[in-house]
Every structure is written in C-alpha cells, then in structure tokens.
Design a protein around this ligand. Structure first.
Ligand code: DSN
Length: 423
C-alpha cells in the first residue's frame, strides 16, 4: 500500500494532499456526527481492491457478464452474513447507499400516487421518507406523523393510528436520522395491520446496534422490510441493504436491479462482507454496548451542565442538543464553534423548530465513531465538558484556541482505525 501511496503522491499531488489532510483531520479531532464512523482497515483494502474493475449486473449465478466466480463468492458471503446477523430470510446487498435502498423498496411495492406514512423530517425523518424536495416526495404521497411533546417527545400511537385510518397508507415506515430513542416495532405493526399496510423500518442509524444485540430487531416484531446503510454504526463501507422475508425476495431484487441500478459496486460489497463478518464476532457486541454507555454518559454530562436534550436523553447512540434553549445560540453557530475546537457535530432541526434548516435550533451528537477509537465513559465526560465550555464562551477566541489544543492532544492518544493500523 505504501508503494501505491508514494505513486499517488508523485502522479497526483492535489488528491494525495487532500487524502493526507483528511487523515490528519480525522486523527486530531473527534467525529461526533452520529451517522459517521471509522471503518476497519480491512474494509479500506477491499474498497481499494481490483473488485472495483468488475461489472457484475445480475445476482450470483445469474449475471449478464462473464468472469464472475469471485464476485459471486463475495456477494453470497455478504448475503449469508447479513441474514445471520439480522435473523432474516433474504438480503439484497447491492443498493449503492441509503437513498437508492429506500427508493428500491417504494418502487417495488407502490405505484405513483400511493401513500406512505412516515416521520416528519423536522421530527427526525429522513429526506427519503418523503421530504417535498426529494423526487420520492413528488412521486408518492407521503403522509407524516410527528413526535408528541405531551409524550416526552416520543411517538403517540393513538395519533398514529388515527392518521393511518384517515390516510390508508400502503406502507407504514419507521426509522429516523434524528431520534434518540428505541422504536416500538410491535405498536407500529399493530397500526399497519389495522389498515392492511406493509411495515418497513429504515434502521440505517442503528443497524450496528441491532446487529450487536443492544437494540430491538424489527424482525422480532414481524416487520416485512428492513433497510439499513452499512457505513454508520455497522462500520462498513458506504452502501445499503434491503432485508426481508423470502416471499418478498424476487420483487425486491428486481426493483434494485434492473429496476433502479446498474452494475453493483463489488469493491463495496466485498467491504460489506468484511464488516458483517466483524459484526458477527463477540467483540462487536461489546463495541455496540459501549456505544450506548458512551451516549448515556455524554448525555448525562450535558444535562448536568444545564443542556437541554430533545426527549430528555437517549436510548441509542445519539442525542439532540437544543442549543437555542441551552446556550442561546443556533445550531449553525454551535457547529462552527465546536469545529474550532476539533469536535465535529452537525446542526440539526429539532421538532417544530421555529428556525430555518440552515440555522436550526440544535445539533446532533453521537458516539459510534469515538467508540471505534476506543474512547470510553471517562473520555465522554471530558468531551462533554469541552463542548459545554466552548458553547458557553463561543466568542472567546483565546479560550477556544486553548480548548482546541487540549482536545487535539487528547484525541491523538486514541488511534484511528485505518490510519494508525489495525485498531
Ligand atoms: N446523512 C445521514 C445522516 O447524517 O443521518 C442520513 O442520510
């Protein structure tokens, strides 16, 4: 690998410098964006392997081009591991990422104009769950439910049932990008059954936590379809999977290819196989449990310092800090302030946010990436203290400089997988 890096430095210095700069940034700071992670070094090897050269339209044993003995082996391995990990009968590992993964499900079961009941974007839903700016929002009729302030910001299933009866959706969708609690899949299923809808869970954020056995598995409640990206808490390469019962296998496979995509990215599928293999090991259960312990500790540190968290805390890997209420600043200023001290977070709309999306009232903070570097509860307490100090004194440039130095020195003690070796 070193030889190839040297070659890149010689042939394309601009790209080499950008990669080196990003490595340094990832080492010196800490990634607290809940959807990010550090993948395994073996996955980086797979991504940079000769599988990137290969076209493999179709599925194992049924491809359109020759030369598929190794692509078939890799894709079968990924599929079998996904089935074992999530306890399901069928896995499609070809979606290029989260958006096509969800689109493939909608297009498999619905016709234009059909209704999907999904979470409102400002309450934690994803763009592909029907935001009017997404193409899906224009093709299908998305009806939105919200979290309920009367229920500590959780989902009120009586209201959900009422909306479902009125709107008669074909799919009841749960799964969020900004919701810090576990989901009551059985309650979603009861609502869906009443109106004859399919149940779909997009567990992209918490896929690794379900795989690690520390959060509920939608299949245990009889869900029809589960989608997850592979690069968040699962620690794999960027990609997506659609998981389902055998009876849906043919329609899902056809929808992914040839319905929506062309040749699968076999180098990514090799990386997915590796990450799923890792997730089947006992160490991954410990990693998933530590992600949750870290989130609870960080949340408790912020709450103790007067921080206001959406829903009052967390059951998963993330928390949503209402920076307006806690520190009188919008999420953009909070994100920029924390960037200055080498702590990376992202601005985030909060439920019924009075502010616009680019200046929302909060930030999201998550622990999967920090945990992958070996950070534990004591590290979370220190990070929480730094976050609070910076947000309280965000216009004190000298203080921010000092904090940046402290955070960077601290982070350098924790090796980064893929940069500092086989962590
Ligand atoms: N961008 C992802 C996230 O941060 O949650 C979702 O697509």
């Amino acid at each position: 690998m070193d030889e190839y890096r040297a070659l890149l430095a010689k042939t394309d210095r601009a790209v080499f410098d950008a990669i080196a700069g990003e490595e340094a940034r990832q080492k010196r700071g800490v990634e607290l964006i809940p959807s990010e992670n550090y993948t395994y070094p073996e996955v980086l090897v797979a991504l940079g392997s000769v599988f990137t050269n290969k076209y493999a339209e179709g599925y194992p044993g049924r491809r359109y081009y020759g030369g598929q003995e190794y692509t078939d082996a890799i894709e079968n391995l990924a599929r079998e591991r996904a089935k074992e990990l999530f306890r399901c009968e069928h896995a499609n590992v070809q979606p290029l990422s989260g958006s096509p993964m969800n689109q493939a499900v909608y297009l498999a079961f619905l016709r234009p104009g059909d209704t999907i009941l999904g979470m409102d974007l400002s309450h934690g839903g994803h763009l592909t769950h029907g935001a009017p700016v997404s193409h899906m929002g224009q093709i299908f009729r998305f009806v939105r439910y919200k979290t309920d302030p009367e229920h500590e910001g959780r989902i009120d299933f009586d209201t959900l049932r009422k909306i479902a009866r009125e709107s008669q959706p074909k799919i009841v969708l749960c799964g969020y990008t900004s919701y810090p609690r576990d989901y009551d899949y059985a309650a979603f299923r009861r609502v869906a059954e009443e109106v004859g809808a399919l149940t779909m869970a997009d567990v992209s954020h918490i896929g690794g936590l379900i795989a690690g056995g520390v959060m509920r598995n939608p299949f245990d409640a009889g869900f029809d379809i589960v989608t997850t990206t592979t690069h968040k808490s699962l620690r794999g390469p960027r990609g997506g999977m659609v998981l389902c019962a055998k009876k849906y296998a043919a329609v899902i496979d056809k929808s992914v290819f040839p319905g929506l995509q062309g040749g699968p990215h076999m180098n990514a599928i090799a990386g997915i196989a590796i990450a799923l293999g890792r997730a089947l090991r006992p160490e991954f259960k410990e990693y998933a449990a530590q992600v949750l312990r870290n989130a609870k500790t960080l949340a408790a540190t912020l709450l103790a310092a007067g921080g206001s968290l959406v829903t009052g805390g967390t059951d998963n890997h993330m928390m949503v800090l209402d920076t307006m209420k806690s520190f009188g600043m919008d999420g953009r200023v909070a994100e920029e302030t924390l960037d200055k001290i080498a702590i990376t977070t992202n601005k985030q709309i909060i439920p019924d946010d009075p502010n616009p999306p680019l200046r929302p009232s909060g930030i999201r903070i998550g622990t999967p990436a920090a945990t992958a570097r070996g950070m534990k509860e004591d590290a979370m307490r220190r990070l929480g203290d730094w976050i609070v100090s910076a947000l309280r004194a965000h216009d004190d440039a000298a203080l921010l400089d000092r904090l940046r130095g402290e955070v960077q020195a601290f982070c350098l003690q924790y090796p980064v997988p893929g940069i500092d070796g086989a962590v």
